[in-house]
Design a protein around this ligand. Structure first.
Ligand SMILES: Cc1cc2nc3c(=O)[nH]c(=O)nc-3n(C[C@H](O)[C@H](O)[C@H](O)COP(=O)(O)OP(=O)(O)OC[C@H]3O[C@@H](n4cnc5c(N)ncnc54)[C@H](O)[C@@H]3O)c2cc1C
Length: 390
C-alpha cells in the first residue's frame, strides 16, 4: 500500500455521510473559504446572539450540526456510535468557553465527572477533555503564570482550582479513562503546566492517564518537553502529551507586539512544522516514558507519524499512540487511518448553541486562514460527489 495515497480514499473518508450531508459540508466549506463572508458573518452572528434574535435554528442547521455533536451528551450518542462502527473513537468536548463564575466552574467539573463515568462504560470513548480556564478564572491563571501575588480571596480561588483538577484526575485514574487537558494562551500556560505536571506525578505512576498539551507553534516547547522528561525520570512517572500546532497565533503575536516582548511563536509556518515533526519524532523514540495524542489535520505530519512508527517498529494500534482530528474536519485522515488499524479519536464538541459560538468562530476563522486545507476538503468532497454520481 502506498502510504502517500492513503488520505485520497474518499469512499472510506465519507462512508458515514449521506448525500445531503455531503452537500451541506461542501456548501459550508465553500462559504467559510470566503474571508470577507466569514468576517461579516461572525460579526452579524455575534450581534444576533447578543441581541437574542432568533438565529439559533439557522446556526444549528449549518455550522453547529457540522462541527458539533449536539447540545448535550445524549445528543452526541448517535454520532459516537456511528463513528465507532468505523473504528473511530470520540472525545466528547463540553465546549462552553469564557465563563467567569464559580458555579460555572463547578458545572464544568460536574460535567467532566459525568463524562468520565459515561466513558467508563463505553469503549468508544477512551478519553475525556477539559480546558484549564473551564475550571478556574483566566485572571488567576494569568497572575500565577506572571508570579503576581494573589490576595486572600484569590488564594482561595486557586485552592479550589487545584481541588477541581485533583477531583477530575483522581476520577480518571479510578475509571482508567485518560484525560486530555487543552493548551491555551501562553500567558496562562506556565501555571497550567505546573498543575498538570503535579497531576501526572500523582496519577501517571503506571501509565499515562493525565495528558498535558504542547502547542508547537511555540518555539520553547521541545526544550520544555526535554525538561519534563528529565523530571519524569527522576520522579518516576509517565508523561502524557497531546501535541498540536496551536490555535491562538494571531492573539499571541498581537499581545507580544502590544506589550513589547518577543513573541513565543515560531518565526514562520515552516519552523512550526519542523518543531511539530521533531517533537513527534522525539516522543515516538521515547514511548516507554511518553504517550502521545497527535492532534493534527496536517497530512504531511500524519504520513510522517505513520512512517516513523513503521521505522521504529511501533504497532499501529499501540495504546500509547493516538491520532486525533476535530469532528467536521479532515475525515479523510481520521477514517483512512482507522481503516488502516491506527488508533483514532475525534473531538466531538457539544453544548448550548450560544455557548459554543467562540469554538465555532475559531473553526470558521481557522478554515479561512488555512486556505490550503479548506481547498483540500472541498476537493475531496467534490471528488466524492462525482464518484457517487458515477
Ligand atoms: C484533536 C485536536 C485537539 C486540539 N487541541 C488544541 C489545544 O488544546 N490547544 C490549541 O491551542 N489548539 C488545539 N487544537 C488546534 C490546533 O492547535 C491547530 O490550530 C489546528 O489543528 C491546525 O493545525 P494543524 O496541525 O491541523 O494543521 P496546519 O494547517 O498544518 O497548521 C496550521 C497551524 O500552523 C501554525 N501556523 C500557521 N501559520 C504560521 C506562521 N506564519 N508562523 C508560525 N506558525 C504558523 C498555527 O498553529 C496554525 O493553526 C487541536 C486540534 C486538534 C485536531
Amino acid at each position: 500500500m502506498n502510504l502517500k495515497k492513503l488520505f485520497d480514499n474518499t469512499t472510506t473518508a465519507f462512508a458515514l455521510k449521506s448525500d445531503s450531508e455531503l452537500e451541506r459540508a461542501y456548501f459550508l466549506f465553500k462559504m467559510i473559504s470566503n474571508e470577507p463572508l466569514v468576517r461579516i458573518g461572525t460579526a452579524v452572528t455575534n450581534f444576533a446572539i447578543k441581541a437574542h434574535l432568533p438565529v439559533q435554528g439557522l446556526i444549528r442547521a449549518t455550522v453547529f450540526d457540522h462541527f458539533c455533536g449536539g447540545v448535550n451528551e445524549e445528543d452526541c450518542m448517535p454520532v459516537v456510535d456511528k463513528m465507532f462502527a468505523k473504528g473511530v473513537c470520540s472525545v466528547l468536548d463540553y465546549s462552553v468557553e469564557g465563563k467567569e463564575e464559580e458555579e460555572q466552574f463547578d458545572a464544568v467539573l460536574n460535567k467532566t465527572i459525568e463524562l468520565l463515568e459515561f466513558a467508563d462504560q463505553k469503549d468508544a470513548m477512551p478519553f475525556v477533555v477539559f480546558k484549564p480556564s473551564g475550571l478556574g478564572r483566566f485572571l488567576i491563571w494569568e497572575k500565577k503564570t506572571a508570579n503576581i501575588e494573589l490576595n486572600k480571596e484569590e488564594e482561595k480561588e486557586w485552592t479550589r482550582i487545584e481541588k477541581r483538577f485533583d477531583i477530575v484526575c483522581k476520577k480518571a485514574h479510578e475509571c482508567d479513562v485518560a484525560v486530555l487537558i487543552d493548551g491555551e494562551e501562553s500567558w496562562m500556560q506556565d501555571a497550567a503546566d505546573e498543575l498538570v505536571t503535579k497531576m501526572m506525578r500523582r496519577y501517571n505512576k503506571e501509565k499515562a492517564i493525565v495528558y498535558n498539551t504542547l502547542q508547537l507553534y511555540r518555539h520553547d516547547r521541545l526544550e520544555y518537553l526535554y525538561q519534563l522528561h528529565e523530571e519524569a525520570r527522576v520522579h518516576n512517572f509517565k508523561i502524557g502529551v497531546k501535541i498540536v500546532r496551536g490555535a491562538y497565533m494571531e492573539k499571541e503575536n498581537e499581545r507580544a507586539k502590544e506589550k513589547g516582548y518577543p513573541t513565543p511563536i515560531c518565526k514562520d509556518k515552516k519552523q512550526t512544522d519542523q518543531n511539530f515533526n521533531e517533537t513527534m519524532h522525539y516522543i515516538l523514540k521515547n514511548l516507554a516514558d511518553i504517550s502521545v495524542f497527535i492532534g493534527t489535520h496536517n497530512e504531511e505530519s500524519s504520513y510522517l507519524a505513520m512512517s516513523l512508527m513503521r521505522e521504529l517498529t511501533i504497532a499501529k494500534n499501540d495504546f500509547r499512540v493516538w491520532f486525533g482530528q476535530l469532528y467536521g474536519m479532515s475525515d479523510h485522515i481520521s477514517f483512512n487511518l482507522s481503516e488502516e488499524g491506527y488508533n483514532v479519536a475525534k473531538y466531538v464538541p457539544f453544548g448550548p448553541v450560544r455557548d459554543v459560538m467562540p469554538y465555532l468562530i475559531r473553526r470558521a476563522e481557522e478554515n479561512t486562514s488555512v486556505a490550503g486545507q479548506t481547498s483540500r476538503e472541498l476537493n475531496l468532497l467534490s471528488q466524492e460527489k462525482e464518484r457517487r454520481k458515477l
